[in-house]
Design a binder for this molecule. Structure first.
Ligand code: FEO
Length: 628
C-alpha cells in the first residue's frame, strides 16, 4: 500500500524508511533506521527527483503510481548515483520507458558503469545553470562535486524556492511519519544523528561543501529536500549554520573528547581520572571506549569538541587495534583545527603515544600538547602530578573556558566592595622581584620574553615557578612543549635587552636576530649568556591558570652559574635602567600616561579602563599620569 506525504500542493514525498538495516553503506550503524527520500512533482510535465534503495522499492513504486494517478512520468532527475538513490532506476525506466533522465555527463557514465542503462537511454544532459521548464515550474542545476561523490548535483526549483540537495542536509534516522524537521525537536533530539551523518558521509569534503554553500547563498531557498532525513521549511538558516561550522572544521563545543582503548582497565582508569580533573577545572568532557563505541560516533564527537585526548595501550608494539582503526578513520575524515593530547600505556615498551601523534601529524592545523603521560601498566600515585599537569595544559587550551578558581569565585563579594583603600594596586610595587629572560622553542623557532616572576617553590625536588602572560607567544609555546629556560638578568643589563625580549611579540619577530650572546642548552633551547648570571632549564610539571597569566611549575633539569654579577631587581630596573619619561618640550601642555613597566606613552586626558599596554601587555593600573 502506498504511503506518501505532501511537501507542497504539487510536490510529494514518495520515498521509504528502512529500520532493519544493520549497517548503512556496510559501515555505519543506524539504530534509528534511515529514510530514502524521493520526490514527485505534478506539473504540466511530471518530474521524479531520484529513486530509492532496493530495500524500500515495493512501497516506492506504489507511491509513484499513486501520485502519478495515471499520468505518465516525463522526467527523472538523477542527483546522485550512489545505489541507495539509484538502485531502482533501471526498474523505474522499465515501468516508465517514456521518461527522460535528467543528469550530468559524469552521472551518465556512472549509470553505465553500474549497469543501469545503455546509450539508448533518453537523456537531458545538464551543466551548471541549465534550465528545465515543466510548465509552472522552472528548475536550474547546481553542480556539487564530492558532496558526496563527484557526479553529485543539486536541483533548484526557481519557482517554488525548493532546493533538492542530494545527500547534503540529510540525516540518519527513519522519518516515523514526520516529514518536516519542524514536526520534531530536531536540534534537541536529532542533531547528534545529523552530525554523525554529515561527518561520516561528507566530513572529508569540507572545501567542497563550502563551495556549494557559497553557491546556495545566491539562491532564494524556501525549503530543502534532501535524500535522507527531514524536509526543511523553517529555521533553514540554523541548520545551514551547522553545515558552515562542520565544513570549516570548527568545533561546536569548547570542551574535551576523551577516547580511550584499555585492555585491562588501567588506561581507562587514567582516562577517568583525567576527565575528573578536567571537569573540576570547569571543562566540559565526554568520553568514549573505542572498543565498544562505533567509530562513526567518535568521528562525530571529534568534529563537535575543540580538544581531543586519546589514551591507548600499546599492542604488538603499535596502537591498540580498535584505537588505531578509530584514529585512521578520523584522519581519513580530514579532522583538523584541534588541540590533541595523548596518554600511552605499555607494560614493557610504551610506544602508542608517539604512534598516535604520527597519525595526526598528517592533519591540518593541529596543535599537540607535548606532555604525553606515559604509563607503565598502570597510573601510580607519583604520576598524579604529571596527569594534573596534562589536565592543566589541556584546560588552558580549551577556548573560552572560565575556570572557577577561589579568586574569581568570590569576585563581587565583600572583598571587591570592602573598605576604601583596601585594594591599592600600587601596593603590589612594594613586592620585590627579579627580572628574567625566559627562552622557549616552537619547532625551529627560538623565542624569549621577559618575566619578573621566577621563584624557587620547592627544594625536594628542586622546582621553580614562573608566571607568563597568556597573551604572550612564549606562553603558548611553553604549553605546547613543556620546556623553558630561565636566564637571570644582572644589573648591567641595558634597556635594549628589555626592549628586545619584552616589548614585541615572538609571533611576528625573531627576537634573536643579530643577537650573538647565546648558547644552546642540552634541552635544545637557547640561553642568553650576557648580562645573565645563571641559567635554569626547566620541564613543566604543573600549570596553574591564574587569570591573565599562567603559572608554570618546572622541574629543574639543568642549572649553571655564568657570572658573579648582582641579579637585577625590579626596583633597580625602575631606578637605574628604564629611561625616565621626558617632559614635552614643544611648550604645549599635554596629558600623557606612561607605562611604569616599559615606558610606553599614551597621549590623552583619560586612559580607558580596559587599556592594555601594546608593548608589555600591562593594564591601566601600571600607567602613571604625566602632565605638561
Ligand atoms: Fe545517500 Fe551518498 O548516498
Amino acid at each position: 500500500m502506498y504511503c506518501t506525504r505532501k511537501v507542497t500542493e504539487d510536490l510529494f514525498w514518495v520515498g521509504g524508511n528502512d529500520r532493519r538495516l544493520a549497517c548503512f553503506e556496510g559501515v555505519y550503524s543506524v539504530p534509528d533506521g534511515v529514510s530514502y527520500n524521493s520526490y514527485l512533482l505534478i506539473d504540466d510535465r511530471t518530474v521524479l527527483f531520484d529513486t530509492v534503495d532496493r530495500a524500500v522499492e515495493k512501497v516506492f513504486f506504489e507511491n509513484v503510481e499513486h501520485v502519478l494517478n495515471g499520468r505518465k512520468l516525463d522526467f527523472v532527475v538523477v542527483s546522485h548515483l550512489e545505489p541507495d538513490h539509484s538502485a531502482t532506476l533501471a526498474t523505474l525506466l522499465l515501468k516508465y520507458p517514456e521518461a527522460t533522465v535528467v543528469c550530468n555527463q559524469k552521472s551518465f557514465e556512472m549509470m553505465k558503469n553500474f549497469g543501469y542503462t545503455d546509450d539508448s537511454l533518453k537523456t537531458y544532459l545538464v551543466e551548471e545553470g541549465d534550465i528545465l521548464n515543466t510548465g509552472h515550474h522552472e528548475f536550474t542545476f547546481v553542480m556539487a562535486p564530492m558532496v558526496h561523490w563527484p557526479e553529485v548535483m543539486m536541483t533548484f526549483d526557481k519557482t517554488a524556492g525548493t532546493l533538492f540537495s542530494a545527500d547534503a542536509f540529510g540525516a540518519f534516522g527513519a522519518l516515523n511519519g514526520n516529514l518536516f524537521a519542524d514536526e520534531v525537536d530536531f536540534f534537541g533530539d536529532y542533531l547528534d544523528e545529523a552530525r554523525r551523518y554529515y561527518t561520516n558521509i561528507v566530513g572529508k569534503y569540507g572545501v567542497q561543501v563550502q563551495a556549494v554553500l557559497k553557491k546556495a547563498a545566491n539562491l532564494e531557498i524556501k525549503r530543502i529536500c534532501p535524500l535522507h532525513g527531514f524536509v526543511w521549511r523553517e529555521k533553514l538558516g540554523d541548520y545551514i549554520e551547522y553545515y558552515e561550522k562542520w565544513s570549516r572544521y570548527e568545533p561546536e563545543v569548547n570542551g574535551v573528547m576523551i577516547a580511550y582503548a584499555s585492555v585491562y582497565g588501567n588506561t581507562e582508569n587514567t582516562a577517568e581520572i583525567l576527565a575528573t580533573m578536567l571537569r573540576e577545572k570547569g571543562v566540559k568532557v565526554t568520553m568514549f571506549d573505542v572498543s565498544v563505541k562505533p567509530e562513526s560516533e567518535v568521528v562525530a564527537a571529534a568534529f563537535k569538541y575543540s580538544n581531543l585526548v586519546f589514551a591507548s595501550t600499546t599492542y604488538n608494539a603499535e596502537i591498540f587495534v580498535r584505537m588505531e582503526e578509530t584514529l585512521r578513520d578520523l584522519v581519513a575524515h580530514n579532522i583538523q583545527k584541534r588541540t590533541v593530547a595523548f596518554i600511552e600505556n605499555g607494560s614493557w615498551a610504551a610506544t602508542s603515544g608517539k604512534k598516535m601523534r604520527e597519525l595526526f601529524e598528517k592533519c591540518k592545523d593541529m596543535s599537540f600538547i607535548e606532555n604525553t603521560v606515559s604509563l607503565r601498566s598502570s597510573l601510580k600515585e607519583t604520576q598524579l602530578a604529571e596527569l594534573e599537569a596534562l589536565a592543566d595544559a589541556i584546560a588552558i587550551t580549551v577556548p573560552g573556558i572560565v575556570k572557577e578558581t577561589p579568586a574569581n569565585a568570590t569576585a563581587g563579594s565583600e572583598g571587591k566592595t570592602g573598605a576604601p583603600g583596601a585594594n591599592d594596586p600600587n601596593a603590589l610595587f612594594k613586592l620585590s622581584y627579579g627580572l628574567f629572560v625566559v627562552t622557549t622553542k616552537d619547532g625551529d623557532k627560538d623565542n624569549g620574553c621577559i618575566t619578573n616572576t621566577a621563584i624557587q617553590v620547592a627544594s625536594n625536588p628542586n622546582r621553580l615557578a614562573i608566571a607568563v602572560n597568556k597573551a604572550n607567544y612564549s606562553h603558548d609555546t611553553i604549553v605546547k612543549t613543556g620546556l623553558a629556560n630561565i636566564c637571570v638578568l644582572t644589573e648591567s643589563a641595558p634597556f635594549d635587552m628589555f626592549t628586545r625580549f619584552g616589548f614585541s611579540s615572538g609571533r611576528d619577530t625573531d627576537k634573536f636576530k643579530g643577537y650573538d650572546a647565546i648558547k644552546r642548552t642540552p634541552n635544545g633551547l637557547l640561553a642568553v649568556t650576557e648580562h645573565v648570571n645563571a641559567v635554569f632549564s626547566g620541564k613543566v610539571v604543573q600549570t596553574v591558570d591564574c587569570g591573565s597569566h599562567s603559572v608554570f611549575i618546572l622541574d629543574i633539569t639543568e642549572s649553571e652559574i655564568l657570572s658573579d654579577e648582582k641579579s637585577v631587581t625590579y626596583a633597580y630596573y625602575f631606578d637605574h635602567i628604564k629611561p625616565k619619561p621626558k617632559r614635552a618640550d614643544d611648550g604645549e601642555k599635554k596629558t600623557r600616561w606612561v607605562c611604569k613597566i616599559c615606558g610606553y606613552e599614551y597621549e590623552g586626558e583619560e586612559l580607558p579602563d580596559d587599556f592594555q599596554c601594546p608593548l608589555c601587555k600591562h593594564g591601566k593600573d601600571d600607567f602613571e599620569k604625566i602632565e605638561g
